[in-house]
Design a protein around this ligand. Sequence first.
Ligand SMILES: [Zn+2]
Length: 68
Amino acid sequence: MAVPKQRQSKMRRDSRRAQHDKIEAPNLGRCPSCSEPRLPHHACPACGYYGGNKNREGVVYESLVVGK
Ligand SMILES: [Zn+2]
């Protein structure tokens, strides 16, 4: 069984955990219709555009698109 040779310092341990648990900015794209920032695979919050469909309520359209 592998056993650690030396105890890692608190700095090394915390640096490793900081890499894993850091918060990253969301990956925003631009709406092709109104060019507002928009999350990928989500209807546009400004105009409701999603893949050619207008969706005023802002509900994600994915389940309807798959059934086509
Ligand atoms: Zn839009």
